[in-house]
Design a protein around this ligand. Structure first.
Ligand code: DC
Length: 239
C-alpha cells in the first residue's frame, strides 16, 4: 500500500498528519497545505500549551499528574477559527480564546511537563481523533503520524537542523523588533528536542511510511508544494 499505513476508508475526507521537532515550520507549512487543499488545520501543541497555561493560572502543581488531568477534564474544550470562514482551528477553554496566553515564556518552558503526563496524552489524543473523525484536516504535532492517526491518508515528518531552526527563530524575533540571542535560542531548541525525543510515552519519531522532508535548505512554500504533490499522489494511488 502506498505510504505503508493502514488507510482508513470509512472517513469522508482526508487526514494529513504531520510531525517534527520544535521550530521546524510545521504550522506555517500546515496552514499553506490546508489552504491549498481546502482543509481545516490544527496545531496540537496548542492544546498542550493551553492546558499548561490554565494549570499555571489556577496554581495547579504541574507535577501532580492526577490534578492536571482532572483540570483537563473539567474544562470545556472547543476548536474553531478565530475569524469567519477561517480554516485554522484555535483552542478555546471554557469559551475563552488563549492564542496569546499560550505563547508566554512560562508556558513554553513548562509545556513539556504537561506533555509527559500519560493521562493528559490519552485525553488530548481522544479529542484529536474526534476532531479528525470526518477527515478534511491537516493536523500537526509530535505523535500524530505515530499514535493519533497512524492510518492517516498522508503522513509527513518535517525536519531541519537545530542550527537552521534556531536561525529562523532568531530572524523571526529580530524582524518583529525583539531582542534575541542566537546561542540561547539554539540551547532552548536542543532542550526541547531532548524532551520530545526521550519522552516515555509517544515520543517524537518517524512513522513507518511517512514522507520525510528535510527543510533545512527549502522555503516554506517549497515544502508545502512537496507535501501537496505527495498528498495528491497518495489520493490517486488509493483510488
Ligand atoms: O509544538 P509546541 O512546541 O508548541 O508544543 C508544545 C508542547 O507540547 C511541547 O512540549 C511538545 C508537546 N506536544 C506533544 O507532546 N505532542 C503533540 N502532538 C504536540 C505537542
Amino acid at each position: 500500500m502506498p505510504g505503508g499505513g493502514r488507510v482508513n476508508r470509512t472517513r469522508r475526507g482526508m487526514i494529513i498528519a504531520m510531525d517534527g521537532p520544535a521550530g521546524v515550520g510545521k504550522s506555517t507549512v500546515g496552514g499553506l497545505v490546508a489552504k491549498s487543499l481546502g482543509c481545516k488545520f490544527i496545531n496540537t501543541g496548542e492544546m498542550y500549551r493551553a492546558l499548561t497555561w490554565k494549570a499555571l493560572e489556577e496554581g495547579v502543581d504541574l507535577d501532580d499528574d492526577r490534578a492536571v488531568l482532572d483540570l483537563a477534564k473539567r474544562l470545556k474544550w472547543e476548536f474553531k477559527p478565530v475569524e469567519e470562514g477561517g480554516t485554522t482551528l484555535k483552542t478555546f477553554l471554557d469559551g475563552q480564546g488563549v492564542t496569546l496566553q499560550i505563547r508566554e515564556e512560562r508556558v513554553s518552558v513548562n509545556s513539556s511537563r504537561v506533555a509527559a503526563n500519560p493521562g493528559v496524552r490519552r485525553f488530548l489524543s481522544k479529542l484529536q481523533r474526534e476532531l479528525g473523525r470526518d477527515g478534511n484536516i491537516v493536523m500537526e504535532g509530535r505523535d500524530i503520524t505515530t499514535h493519533v492517526f497512524p492510518d492517516a491518508d498522508a503522513k509527513i515528518y518535517l525536519d531541519a537542523s537545530p542550527e537552521e531552526r534556531a536561525s529562523r527563530r532568531y530572524r523571526q524575533l529580530k524582524s518583529a523588533g525583539q531582542d534575541a540571542d542566537k546561542g540561547a535560542i539554539l540551547a532552548a531548541i536542543l532542550k526541547r528536542d531532548l524532551s520530545d525525543l526521550k519522552r516515555e510515552i509517544n515520543p517524537l519519531k518517524q512513522a513507518p511510511g511517512a514522507l520525510v522532508i528535510d527543510s533545512t535548505h527549502l522555503t516554506m512554500h517549497q515544502v508545502a508544494d512537496k507535501i501537496i504533490r505527495h498528498v495528491r499522489r497518495e489520493a490517486r494511488d488509493a483510488r
